[in-house]
Design a protein. Structure first.
Length: 367
C-alpha cells in the first residue's frame, strides 16, 4: 500500500499539528510558505519566510506532475532559498483529482462501524476499486434537523496522484505529512481576509476567483460553506501569449517582460487593457453561470487571487463589469512579518500564495 511504501502518515482531512511548510505545486511554479504563531493568546500568525520558484511549461499537465525530477529540483531550490531547517510539508491535490461526497450517518458510531459505512458508500460512487485509491473522511457537523445524525465528508483520490506529489517532496529531501485538497486550503487562507468585511462577511455571498496560468477557479461561499465551484479555461498564459505575438518575443522572454514591466509604451493600451477587459468578461460569465446553476441571485463581494490579481486596476475593471465590489486577496494582511520579509514584495506575491498559506495553516490544527 501507498502509506507503507513511503512510511508516511498521510491524509486528506484529519487534523495534524507538527510544524509544516505549505507547498503549492501549480502549473507554472512551486510556492512555499512557513508560518508561526507570535501570540498564542489571540492566535496572531506570523509569516516567517516564503519562496516562489518558476516551473518550465512541460513540468505539469492538467494539475498532474509530468516531469518529477524537474518539480523536485524546483522544490529543493525553493526550500534552500527559504533558509529554513523545517522539512515537514503539507501538500495539496487539485480538485479535479479528488472525489468528494457528503453523507449523513447516525451519530455516536464506533470508529470501526463508521469506517465500514464510509467504505461501503465510497464503493458505490467511486469509479475505481478501493485498493486503487486513498480514502479519508471527517465528521463535519451535526445535522440541523436531527440530533441523532451527523454530516460526514468523504474524500478519495487515485493512489498515483498522491504518490507523485509525495515522491517529488521526498526527492527534494522533504517529508510529506499532510495531503489536503487545493480548494480547502485556499478557503482556510481566504477566511483570514474576511475580517475586513462588515461582520466578517456574515450572511453574505462571496466569490473567490483564483486566476492561475491556465485556469480560472471560481469558488462561491456563504457563511463559511462552499456553495458553488467552477473552473474556466482562462489565465495569465493568455497575456504572455499576447505579449509574444505583439512584440515578437519568445514565451520565456514574454514571461520575464510581463513580470519586470520592461515592455514598449504601447503595451498597456494594446495588450494589457484588452486582456483585463477579457478577463473581467470571463469573471462576469462565471457569476452568471453561478446564478443560473443555483438558487442564489446575488454576489455581494468578489475577491481575486493568483498572479494576475495584482495587475493595476484589474479589480476596478472587474467591479465595473460585474457591478460587484471587488478586492485583491492578501491572506497575510493581519499577520506579523518576520524581518526576512519585504512588505512591498509580499503585497505583490500574496494573491498567488493563497493555497500555500492555507497549507501552512495546517501546522496549527488542533491535535
Amino acid at each position: 500500500m501507498f502509506k507503507e511504501k513511503f512510511d508516511l502518515d498521510l491524509d486528506f482531512l484529519k487534523m495534524k499539528s507538527p510544524h509544516l511548510i505549505g507547498v503549492d505545486i501549480s502549473s507554472s511554479s512551486v510556492k512555499m510558505v512557513e508560518l508561526s504563531i507570535s501570540n498564542k493568546g489571540n492566535q496572531t500568525y506570523r509569516i516567517e519566510r516564503y519562496a516562489i520558484e518558476p516551473l518550465p511549461d512541460d513540468a505539469m499537465l492538467e494539475g498532474g506532475i509530468v516531469n518529477l525530477e524537474v518539480v523536485s529540483d524546483c522544490m529543493q531550490r525553493g526550500w534552500k532559498r527559504m533558509g529554513t531547517r523545517q522539512k515537514n510539508v503539507a501538500l495539496a491535490l487539485p480538485v479535479t483529482d479528488v472525489i468528494t461526497k457528503k453523507i449523513i450517518v447516525p451519530a455516536g458510531q464506533r470508529e470501526d462501524d463508521l469506517i465500514f459505512q464510509v467504505e461501503n458508500e465510497a464503493s458505490q460512487y467511486i469509479p475505481f476499486p478501493l485498493d486503487e485509491i486513498d480514502l479519508d473522511f471527517q465528521i463535519v457537523k451535526p445535522v440541523s434537523e436531527s440530533v441523532d445524525e451527523v454530516e460526514v465528508l468523504i474524500a478519495a483520490s487515485r493512489k498515483e496522484k498522491v504518490e507523485d506529489r509525495v515522491a517529488a517532496a521526498l526527492s527534494a529531501g522533504l517529508k510529506a505529512i499532510v495531503m489536503d485538497v487545493e480548494s480547502y486550503a485556499a478557503q482556510a487562507a481566504f477566511e483570514l481576509t474576511l475580517s475586513q468585511l462588515p461582520e466578517g462577511g456574515k450572511n453574505q455571498v462571496i466569490a473567490l476567483v483564483d486566476i492561475g496560468s491556465t485556469v480560472m477557479k471560481i469558488n462561491v461561499f456563504h457563511n463559511g460553506e462552499q456553495v458553488y465551484t467552477r473552473d474556466q479555461p482562462f489565465g495569465g498564459n493568455q497575456l504572455t501569449q499576447e505579449i509574444s505575438n505583439q512584440f515578437n518575443l519568445s514565451t520565456e522572454e514574454s514571461e520575464i517582460a510581463k513580470k519586470n514591466g520592461k515592455l514598449p509604451d504601447s503595451y498597456k493600451a494594446e495588450v494589457l487593457q484588452p486582456f483585463c477587459e477579457t478577463l473581467a468578461i470571463e469573471v462576469m460569465r462565471a457569476i452568471q453561470f453561478f446564478y443560473t446553476s443555483t438558487q442564489y441571485t446575488e454576489v455581494n463581494y468578489i475577491f481575486i487571487a493568483g498572479g494576475c490579481a495584482v495587475i493595476p486596476g484589474l479589480n476596478e475593471i472587474i467591479a465595473s463589469r460585474t457591478q460587484v465590489s471587488t478586492f485583491i486577496v492578501n491572506p497575510f494582511s493581519t499577520m506579523e512579518l518576520s524581518s526576512r520579509i519585504i512588505p512591498k514584495q509580499l503585497n505583490l506575491d500574496a494573491p498567488a500564495l493563497l493555497i500555500a498559506c492555507g497549507l501552512a495553516l495546517r501546522s496549527f490544527d488542533p491535535s
